[in-house]
Every structure is written in structure tokens, then in C-alpha cells.
Design a protein around this ligand. Structure first.
Ligand code: MOS
Length: 723
């Protein structure tokens, strides 16, 4: 352990994970590993073979008599469920979730049309292959190009998503006509799937009207609320347990059909049922980052000051739900430009609904904006970093609010110096390495909103000086167990070994989604409040007047436990200030001009994420985000057959993510930020910002190396070999 200022000063210390040992020894239990007893059965989903239509016949005879099969559920025999209205903070905002096995309608390929329940996973898998459905097929919308031609702005039911169809500030068209230089370019970001290594899984068991699910989820409270609504039972009759999540990136923010199916099958068969999606099934049965096509028009004066921005984007969504995301929000405030118009459209397709994937919207929108900025810098003959500095904003012109803090300038300066930007020869194709590869340097700005969601926590301190602190949050990998333990131990004034943090159980004090980079700020502030209250109570009950008293001694004197709750509620500053994280990313690429291969020897980035609670886990989270950005630039691509919406690379062999050999030196640094407005802890968040900006830094570097503009992601070798 690092030396600390005082014995119990932990916030800001680079501590190792408190759950590290449990994870590497296999002691940590994930959703698919819970075993509610020998009667536990295994469910395997059968997916539809068409993208749109009706099931006219479904033959389950062979499957039903296959070895080990307990039940075959289809829309013909499945329990009828009330499916009451349920909308959460992160649900697709307009439309209605699929009511699984409730009717004969098919709206996307691979939609769950049956669940085979058997004594083993193998027997269920075998029998699932014997289910045969006949369909009355209808013409399906599966081509993005066709759907984009009739794309619509987010509908009236979508207001909660906060994503407007059209916005305008000033007179962008007029300003573009008089601009000295204009850029007008189109950008495409491929659909991507989250592909966490832990597969999506749910184990469900009923006990006299009470449902327990062990689930892979980023939000136990929401899983409870939605299952209660779906089954028409009180939320207190649903227990959701999810102590460990092996990566999710947003894919476990919603309740997907397999979770409902597990609970439905457990009800139908009167035994615990476990459903684990195969890798292939996660593509049609959970969400994904939507394919987007964007157009950016920039106008600037000779001095490089932006006079107009027009940014349009169209994203895919399903026919049954409108998933809208913050694609264009950053463009409206990132630079100090007086004339800005954005236009957001959704293309409805017979596909499953997309969902939030790390930095949802922002990462794609900023790829387009920051690529266009590089094109503008080139057209003006101004250094790309200098162009961004010249357009720094001192106020949020979109919301007409001051910034709570703003570190964009410092991020660009600090990361640029660390990277050695000044060594860049600006001439295209002028830099080489000893192997004859073309070297390019590129940069990008980044930003992500600070979200503040209400959260609650509880602290119990025992006479032996141990404490249990809890909140119904999740830990999908960033180190929430560890960082919350640090906040709790420091606030209580107890040695960290004496403090245990619990999460991932819907019976704990309510927490918001473990997403939006918001956990540390909101849940952390609630943990802080609960621990401060518990410490205060203990001192008071013990008649202790010194605020520096040793709590272990105080508790031993007191002789009984104290318990206190603590809440975080977003304050007035949330409406008075524009709150964002910032970043700057610098990438070096090496391009083999004969093979079209791109390597990324190094990426340097600076991020302003407010107070950093644990520099070690923060560093891990940052390099993870940067790897995601490299993957977005060069590899990640959910390839969809436009004829039927079939994902043709739905395996980890064919869906490429960076491996160690693809990653060079990653060097993230955090800017010291003291933001008194964001929340009591001064935490902004770092999960999403760290993923943003790497892709445009890489494509801008490729342009510097080769003179070729890569406006479509991911970049494949043939794109660089094309004349
Ligand atoms: Mo993340 S997309 O906020 O889980």
C-alpha cells in the first residue's frame, strides 16, 4: 500500500483492487455461476429465421421428446404476462419493448420465438435445433440506405431522451455563405457490439410468489422494477443479485428478453432456470452501438475562428423502439461558435433495438466533428492543436450557462507537450520510421457530460471497529468496490481493512444505473454522506467531542453498532452550470504503404475528470477506453447483411477487437481539476471520456502520414490501398 498522509486518508491513493484476489482465484461469482440447487434447469433460446412476419406454425414435437427436455415454451403455451408499462432512465424512449413469447409477431431476425428447457445446457441446445417454425413472411426494412431515406426526427414520446431533431443557434446558413473557408464532409461509423467477455446470463427461481434472479446487470434496481412490471408483482417480491459483472459497456443497462424468459420458464416449470446467451445470440438478443452516417459543414474566417457549424446525423433504430443518443450534443457547445445547426434523424429498421455503448453518441459525433476540424486546419494551413485552442469556448453557448470547470485548453497543452507534438513535420508524408513506414501524428479534442443521478447508501459500524457500507450499484470492472471502500474508510476514519463495501443486490439502498460515468460522483457522494452520518452518530452517542477521535476506539467504548443512511441528490448547481469532462488525445500511426496496414505505436491523452479517487484503477479504466477507441478506428465492425439484417460476423473470431499485439504505448494523464459544483466529492467521471477522441486522432494521423482521409470506420487495409 502507498504511504498515506494520515492513517485513514485513502481518497486519491493508488490502491489495488479489494476484490482482486476474489476475481483471480475464481471466488467471485458471476451470473451464470450461481447454482440454486440440483433441480436447476437450462434454457436455450430459439431465434426466428425471418426479419418480419408472423409465425404460422411452430413444431415442437421432436424437441419436446428429445433427451432431458422438460418444456418447450412458445407463444402458444407460454404464461401470459401483464407486461405493465416500464420505462427507465436508459430505456429506448419511444415505443415498447418486445413482449417475449406473447404473440406470433416477428420484428427482427433472431428474435426469441421459443425457449427449450432441459436438464443440461447440452440437451437444451440439441433440442433447440429440433424446433421448426413456419412463417408468413412480410417485406422487412433491413437496408440502412433505404431506411435512412425516410428517417424521422425522434418522435414526441422521445422527449425524455433529450435528443432534439433540429436545433439552430444564430444563422449558420448565412455565416457559411460569407465564410472564408468551408469544409463539407460525410462520415460513417459502423455498428459495433459491446462483446464483454462475460456472456449475458440470468438464473431465475420462484418461491411462493417471490422471484430471485441472479443476473448480469449494471442496474439491479431497474431489473427488479422491470421484472415486477412484466410479471405484475410488487417490486419487493423481486430480488436481483449481481455482485460481479465481467464487462458490459452499456449492454447490461436494460432488461433483455433472456432475463424475462428465465423467469417465465422458472414459473412454468416450477424449478430454477438458467439462460446463458451464446456469443452469437448476444448480437440479436441484446443491444449494440448503432450505425451512424453524418455530415459536417464547417465555416471559418481566415484566422481560423469558426463562424458556422452544421452537423447532421442519422442513426439506425428498430421498428418497435426509438433509441436516441447524444450524437450531436458536443457539437452544440464544444467550440465557441455563434452559428450552429444540428439535425438528428432515426432510421427505423427490422433489427433489434440498439442501446448505449460506452460514450454512446458522443464518441461517434466527435469522430465526425474532430475529423472535420482536422480537415479545416489543413484547408487553413493552421496547426490542428492551435485551431482548437483558437476556438475554445468560455461559456456554453448552447445552454447559455457558465462551465462548472473547463480543462480543454489544459488537456490539449499538457497532452501535446507529453506527446511531442512540436516534433511533427506538418507536411503530409514527410515522416518515416526505419522500416520505411509512413509516420503520422494526429490529435482530437474530447468531451462527455457530467451526469448526476440520485443515489443512496448505508453505513453500519460495529463495536469491533469493522464497517459494512452498501449501495445497490454495480461494478462492471472500473473498480467500484475499491473506490467506494476508499471513500467509506476515509470518511469513517477507519483503516481500510476494517471496511467492507457491498453492492449488486436490489435489496440494498437504491442506486442509479452503473453507467454514464456517473457512479463515482453520485454513489460516491451518497457513500460519503452515509459514512459521515454514521461517524457523527457514533461520536455523539459516545459523548466524544474531538472530531479527530479514533473511530475504532470510540466504537469499542460505545459497545453497540451504529447505522446511518446517506443520500446524494443533484444540487441547484446542476441547472446553473454546464458540466462536462474534457480530453485531448494524440496518436502516432505507422502505415505500411504497400500493405495498407496501420499500427498505432503510441497514444498520449490528457483527461479532465474532476477528482481522481484511485489513480491506479483510473489508469486502468483510461487505457481500456483508449483501446476501445483504437478498436473503433481500426477493427470493430458488426457487419450486417442488408438483405435480412443477419449479423455475418457474430463470433469473437470474426468480430475483431484489439489484442495486446495491436496496442503500443498508452499514456493517459489526468488534469488536476477542482470543481466545487459537480457534486460533494468533486468527481466528474472518467469511464466514457477515456474512450472518446482516439478514433479521430488516429484517422487524422493517417491523413498526416498518407494524405488519405479516412471518413468511414473501421479502416481496413484496402481503404488505404485504393488509389
Ligand atoms: Mo455506459 S454506455 O454508460 O454503461
Amino acid at each position: 500500500m502507498t504511504t498515506t498522509a494520515t492513517p485513514t486518508s485513502y481518497i486519491g491513493q493508488a490502491l489495488s483492487r479489494v476484490d482482486g484476489r476474489a476475481k483471480v482465484t475464481g471466488e467471485a461469482t458471476y451470473a451464470a455461476e450461481f447454482d440454486p440447487g440440483p433441480r436447476t434447469a437450462h434454457g436455450v433460446i430459439v431465434g426466428s429465421a425471418i426479419a418480419k412476419g408472423r409465425i404460422t406454425e411452430i413444431d415442437t414435437a421432436a424437441a419436446g421428446s428429445a433427451p432431458g427436455v422438460i418444456a418447450v415454451l412458445t407463444h402458444l403455451n407460454a404464461p401470459e404476462l401483464p407486461y405493465q408499462q416500464h420505462k427507465s432512465l436508459v430505456d429506448a424512449q419511444d415505443g415498447e419493448r418486445i413482449h417475449v413469447l406473447q404473440d406470433d409477431r416477428v420484428v427482427h431476425l433472431g428474435q426469441a420465438i421459443a425457449l427449450v428447457v432441459a436438464d443440461t445446457f447440452e440437451n437444451a441446445t440439441h433440442a433447440a435445433a429440433l424446433v421448426h417454425a413456419s412463417y408468413a413472411e412480410e417485406p422487412a426494412a433491413t437496408s440502412f440506405e433505404d431506411a435512412a431515406a425516410r428517417a424521422l426526427p425522434p418522435g414526441p414520446g422521445n422527449a425524455k431522451s433529450g435528443q432534439p431533431g433540429d436545433t439552430r443557434r444564430g444563422d449558420p446558413d448565412g455565416a457559411l455563405q460569407t465564410a472564408a473557408v468551408t469544409i463539407d464532409a460525410e462520415y460513417v461509423v459502423a455498428r459495433e457490439d459491446h462483446n464483454p467477455i462475460e456472456l449475458h446470463a440470468t438464473t431465475a427461481a420462484w418461491d411462493t410468489g417471490t422471484l430471485t434472479v441472479w443476473d448480469k446487470t449494471q442496474w439491479v434496481s431497474n431489473t427488479r422494477a422491470e421484472l415486477a412490471a412484466t410479471f405484475g408483482i410488487p417490486p419487493e417480491n423481486v430480488r436481483v443479485i449481481s455482485p460481479f459483472v465481467g464487462g458490459a459497456f452499456g449492454s447490461a443497462l436494460r432488461v433483455w428478453p433472456h432475463t424475462t424468459l428465465a423467469a417465465m420458464a422458472a414459473l412454468h416449470t416450477d424449478r430454477p432456470v438458467k439462460v446463458v446467451l451464446t456469443r452469437r445470440q448476444t448480437f440479436p438478443l441484446t443491444g449494440y452501438r448503432p450505425h451512424t452516417e453524418q455530415r459536417v459543414v464547417l465555416g471559418a474566417d481566415r484566422g481560423g475562428h469558426l463562424v458556422a457549424i452544421r452537423h447532421e446525423g442519422t442513426a439506425e433504430t428498430s421498428t418497435y423502439e426509438q433509441y436516441a443518443e447524444n450524437l450531436l450534443g458536443p457539437t452544440r457547445f464544444l467550440y465557441g461558435c455563434p452559428n450552429v445547426a444540428t439535425r438528428y434523424r432515426l432510421a427505423e429498421l427490422n433489427v433489434n433495438t440498439p442501446c448505449a455503448m460506452r460514450a454512446p453518441g458522443e464518441i461517434s459525433g466527435i469522430f465526425a466533428l474532430e475529423s472535420a476540424m482536422d480537415e479545416l486546419a489543413e484547408a487553413l494551413g493552421i496547426d490542428p492543436v492551435e485551431l482548437r485552442l483558437r476556438n475554445d469556448a468560455d461559456r456554453d453557448l448552447d445552454r447559455d450557462l457558465p462551465f462548472s470547470s473547463r480543462s480543454l485548453r489544459e488537456c490539449l497543452t499538457v497532452a501535446g507537450q507529453r506527446f511531442g507534438w512540436d516534433d511533427r513535420d506538418p507536411r503530409i508524408g514527410s515522416m518515416h520510421d526505419e522500416q520505411g513506414r509512413l509516420i503520422g501524428f494526429g490529435c482530437s479534442s474530447a468531451t462527455y457530460p457530467v451526469y448526476n443521478f440520485p443515489a443512496s447508501a448505508r453505513a453500519i459500524v460495529h463495536p469491533d471497529g469493522t464497517a459494512v457500507v452498501s449501495s445497490a450499484t454495480s461494478d462492471m470492472g472500473p473498480g467500484t468496490y475499491t473506490s467506494m471502500t476508499q471513500v467509506a474508510a476515509e470518511t469513517l476514519g477507519l483503516p481500510i481493512e476494517q471496511v467492507h463495501f457491498e453492492l449488486g443486490d436490489a435489496n440494498l439502498p437504491e442506486a442509479p444505473p452503473h453507467g454514464g460515468s456517473a457512479t463515482m460522483g453520485g454513489v460516491g457522494s451518497a457513500v460519503h454522506a452515509a459514512c459521515a452520518a454514521a461517524r457523527g452518530q457514533a461520536l455523539e452517542q459516545a459523548g466524544e467531542t474531538s472530531s479527530h477521535a479514533d473511530l475504532t476506539q470510540v466504537m469499542s467504548r460505545l459497545g453497540h453498532s451504529v447505522e446511518a443512511g446517506g443520500d446524494y441528490r443533484p444540487g441547484e448547481d446542476t441547472a446553473r452550470y454546464s458540466m462536462h469532462e474534457y480530453g485531448a488525445v494524440f496518436a502516432e500511426v505507422a502505415v505500411d504503404p504497400d500493405l495498407g496496414l496501420v499500427r498505432v505505436p503510441r497514444v498520449v491523452a490528457a483527461f479532465g475528470g474532476g477528482r481522481i479517487v484511485n489513480p491506479k484503477t483510473a489508469h486502468s479504466q483510461a487505457i481500456g477506453g483508449m483501446v476501445l477507441g483504437i478498436g473503433m478506428a481500426l477493427l470493430e465492425h458488426t457487419a450486417v447483411d442488408p438483405r435480412d439484417g443477419h449479423v455475418i460476423n457474430a463470433t469473437l473470431a470474426d468480430y475483431l477487437v484489439p489484442v495486446n499485439a495491436d496496442i503500443g504505448e498508452l499514456d493517459p494523464v489526468f488534469i488536476d481539476e477542482d470543481d466545487p459544483h459537480v457534486n460533494p466529492l468533486g468527481v466528474k467521471g472518467i469511464a466514457e471520456i477515456a474512450a472518446i477522441g482516439a478514433a479521430p486522432a488516429i484517422t487524422n494521423a493517417i491523413h498526416h502520414a498518407t494524405g488519405l482521409r479516412m471518413r468511414t470506420l473501421p479502416i481496413t487495409p484496402e481503404m488505404l490501398l485504393r488509389p
